[in-house]
Design a protein around this ligand. Structure first.
Ligand SMILES: Cc1cc2nc3c(=O)[nH]c(=O)nc-3n(C[C@H](O)[C@H](O)[C@H](O)COP(=O)(O)O)c2cc1C
Length: 208
């Protein structure tokens, strides 16, 4: 692991649990390998624009107008950040049972036929193989068990889109029941920190 692309998406600034845990994981990874290079893309603080009628051709067709060329440039820049990374670390709160729309807008810009996936005779093929993703999910409620499981549109969606680009090695770290009061929040953070420690150990061997 040398080049990490960190994508934060929470709009909650310093109160954000996912941002806290992303920072924790980065500290642990940097301690183990001080040479890692980190590129940060903050979609919560500086969202990229959603595609519009004026800009969609910049991503999905041949850009012609100024607005389309601008959106092609942004898409190229985001793609370059993604390609340069061997590890993508995403901080993803659950908003309305799915990922933040800012993250969906990012996928709209990087899912480009011929760049991150292609169509073959056997169906679509992801082109960004040889990379891993770690996704830190923060949720107000509980979705990993019980009735909430059926309405978790966040994790399956993220797993599918990353896999669609060829990133099939995905670790999810969940911080759940954040909305159940301060005690539950602390417990969720402690539990997620244990998941982080296990993930780091799996990637680098035991940490003493
Ligand atoms: C706009 C919005 C929508 C949310 N929707 C859900 C939801 O559908 N389910 C849920 O469990 N929590 C929901 N929450 C709560 C967040 O998932 C929770 O506060 C989480 O900690 C946010 O991550 P963060 O702390 O990194 O910002 C929502 C929060 C916001 C701001």
């Amino acid at each position: 692991m040398r080049d990490i692309l960190v994508i934060n998406t929470s709009v909650s600034g310093e109160d954000s649990v996912s941002r806290l845990l992303v920072a924790d994981l980065l500290i642990a990874l940097t301690r183990l390998n001080p040479d890692i290079r980190v590129t940060e893309r903050d979609l919560g603080a500086e969202p990229i624009p959603h595609l519009t009628t004026d800009t969609v051709a910049g991503v999905r067709a041949m850009p012609a107008t100024h607005a389309e060329q601008e959106s092609r440039r942004l898409s190229d820049r985001l793609l370059a950040e993604l390609r340069a990374a061997d590890t993508v670390l995403i901080g993803a709160p659950m908003y309305n049972f799915g990922p933040p729309t800012a993250l969906c807008a990012w996928f709209d810009h990087v899912l480009r036929a011929g760049e991150t996936f292609s169509y073959s005779e056997t169906g679509p093929q992801g082109l960004l193989t040889g990379r891993r993703a770690i996704v830190i999910e923060s949720r107000g409620g509980l979705y990993s068990e019980g009735p909430g499981q059926a309405v978790d549109f966040q994790e399956p969606y993220l797993r599918h889109l990353l896999g669609f680009m060829g990133i099939t090695d995905v670790t999810f770290i969940r911080a759940e029941k954040i909305g159940f009061g301060p005690g539950a929040r602390d417990e969720a953070i402690a539990d997620a920190r244990e998941q982080i420690a296990r993930t780091v150990e799996r990637l680098h061997g035991p940490v003493y």
